[in-house]
Each structure stands twice: as C-alpha cells, then as structure tokens.
Design a protein around this ligand. Structure first.
Ligand code: DAH
Length: 333
C-alpha cells in the first residue's frame, strides 16, 4: 500500500529536480516553450505522474496532491523566471546589434554637379518639349550634302566661306551646326513635325574668350501647312520668356542660306542687347531637297548657341572655362 505514495512522491521530486534544472538552463525561448509543454502540458510529465493518483487512499491523496501543487508551482515559477531572463537577453542583444554611434564621422562621397552646358541644354529642351516638340539627334561627322548642299549652300555660295570647316581626309566634315538634323529628320518623316535637336558642332575658329573650336547648338524647327513668321515670333517669345521671364526681345533681319526671310534675335539683358539666336522661315529649296512641296508646306527653324546662354545665365566671362575641367570652377554650379 505505502509503495504507491512513496513511489509517486519520489517521481514528483525527481520531476521537480530535473524539470527545474532543465528550465533554468533552457538556451532559447523556443526550447523553453518545448519544456513547458513536455512538463506541464496535457500529456506532459506531471499529468502522467498524477494519473497514478486514482490508486491512492483518501488519506494519502491530500499529501500527494499538495506535493504535486508544489512541483507545479516550482516548474511554473522556473518557467516564468527563465522566460523573463531570455527575453531580456534578447532585447539586450538587439540593442547591442543596433547601436548607432551618432558621433562617428561620416563617409565622404564626392557629389557630382550638372555641367552648365548640360544644364542649359536640359532647360531649353524642356521648354520645347513643353511646346510639343520631339527630341532628335544627328551625326557629328557629316557629309557635305547634309551640312551644306541640302541646306541651300550652293557650291560657290559666299556663306560657305563664312564657315571655317574642319574636313576629314575622305572629304566628310565635322558638322558646323546642328542644322544637318533638319535634313536628316525631314528625310525620314512627313509633316507636320516639330523637332528640337542639340549637340556638338565644330569650326576652325581660333580659340579665344568667346570662340571655341567645339561648341554646342540647339536647333528647333516646325513644319506644317500654313505656318507663318508670326508662329516663329510667338515660339521664340514663348521660349525666351520661359527661360528669362518677361524680358524685351527684338528681331533684326539677317541672312542664312537655309531660311528666307531670316532674322537674328536679341534679348535685353542687364541694359544691353544680346544676340541669342538665329532663325527664319525654312527656304523652299530646303523643303524641295527632302521632297516636301513648298506650295503645300511651310516651316520655321532656329538655332541657339548653348555656350552663349550658359555664359549669360551663369555670368561666365570666358568660354574656355566651360571646357577647363576645373573642379573648383565647376562646383559652383
Ligand atoms: N545654323 C546657324 C548657325 O550655325 C544657326 C541657325 C540660324 C539655325 C537660323 C537655324 C536657323 O535653323 O534657321 O549659326
């Protein structure tokens, strides 16, 4: 008779000793949860031992019952203590791992700037795109045909002498303006069209404060039925004012082989008239060269010197600074 309670008592005491020990050394919260289930769960160790209580006598039962409660309390107490310890360890580890030393010096990453030339190109192209223009490009190495002939420069035309051109050994040349894009684009497309094109141009100029052998132009042109000089004027005005606000503009008669009539545009800038672009109505001979019927279609075109705009806008006194790769200079912009 007495073997049963003694047996149960020993089992309970062993259970408490091993359980408390295992719980106190559980390495993780997951392991701890597994121990809880295996000791205190419905099918756990404690339940198994208590299953034997049915065989006890009425006198023995309270004693063993009380012991069982003590074991349960000990295990539960151990579980709670270990859980609190593991959770705090976890938080401490996390805090240590995520520590941010705000006094640590930063890592220097050099920051790039947009070059004044590119900045002007971006601004001007944006304005024309806003007016519904399409962006196009053309080659810098060009044939005589696209740079001169199709643009109505006759072989003995005096305007050819005005262009000091860099020729390649095979007779091709470095384009002297972006007007070559007009011909190339018109050959590939039918009107109506509105196009803006920028890029490098080359001339055999002696380099000084206002001349460079390599420079940038922006070309714009529009062709449709019924386009007049008034459209050109309105476009130039809209473009200049988008860039410089409500400044005074004047147009002077001029000459270009590829436009008739032609004009030069001046802008009033800090008390002076500054020449900023050439433009005109596209010459019927240019339209004919690409197979457009000048009786049906008309158009205007214009060319802008990007360096000129950059020098004015950023108050740069010498064009050579724009190509000097002098970071001290370029970082200002
Ligand atoms: N190609 C001219 C130049 O290099 C600029 C120019 C003037 C372009 C009038 C045009 C234009 O399209 O209509 O000076």
């Amino acid at each position: 008779m007495t073997t049963v309670p003694t047996d149960l008592q020993t089992q309970l005491q062993t259970l408490q000793a091993t359980g408390v020990d295992a719980i106190a050394t559980a390495p993780t919260l997951e392991a701890l949860e597994a121990l809880r289930v295996s000791y205190l769960g419905k099918k756990g160790e404690l339940s198994k031992v208590l299953g034997g209580m049915g065989k006890l006598s009425a006198e023995e039962r309270p004693h063993i019952g009380a012991l069982a409660n003590t074991v349960k309390d000990a295990l539960q107490g151990g579980l709670e203590a270990r859980k609190a310890a593991l959770e705090s360890e976890k938080i401490q580890a996390q805090l240590a791992a995520e520590t941010l030393d705000v006094t640590m010096p930063g890592v220097y990453t050099p920051q790039g700037r947009i070059h004044p030339i590119n900045s002007i190109i971006d601004q001007v192209v944006d304005i024309f795109v806003g007016l519904g223009y399409t962006v196009a490009t053309g080659p810098e190495i060009e044939t005589d045909y696209y740079n001169f002939e199709a643009l109505n420069f006759l072989p003995d035309h005096p305007a050819r002498d005005m262009q000091d051109t860099l020729y390649l050994p095979n007779g091709d040349l470095m384009r002297t303006h972006t007007s070559n894009v007009q011909i190339r684009y018109m050959q590939e497309h039918e009107p109506p069209l509105r196009v803006v094109a920028t890029g490098r141009c080359y001339r055999r100029d002696t380099v000084d404060a206002t001349h460079a052998a390599v420079f940038h132009q922006l070309e714009f042109f529009a062709i449709d039925k019924g386009i007049t000089f008034a459209d050109l004027k309105g476009t130039v005005k809209a473009f200049i004012q988008a860039l410089y606000g409500d400044v005074a503009i004047r147009m002077r008669p001029s000459f270009f082989p590829f436009t008739e009539p032609s004009a030069e545009v001046d802008v009033q800038w800090q008390g002076r008239w500054l020449e900023v672009l050439g433009c005109g109505m596209i010459d019927p001979n240019v339209l004919k060269a690409v197979g457009y019927d000048p009786e049906v279609y008309s158009g205007f075109a214009g060319g802008i010197g990007i360096e000129r705009f950059a020098m004015v806008q950023y108050q740069i006194d010498d064009i050579r600074r724009l190509y000097s790769s002098d970071l001290k200079f370029l970082r200002q912009f």
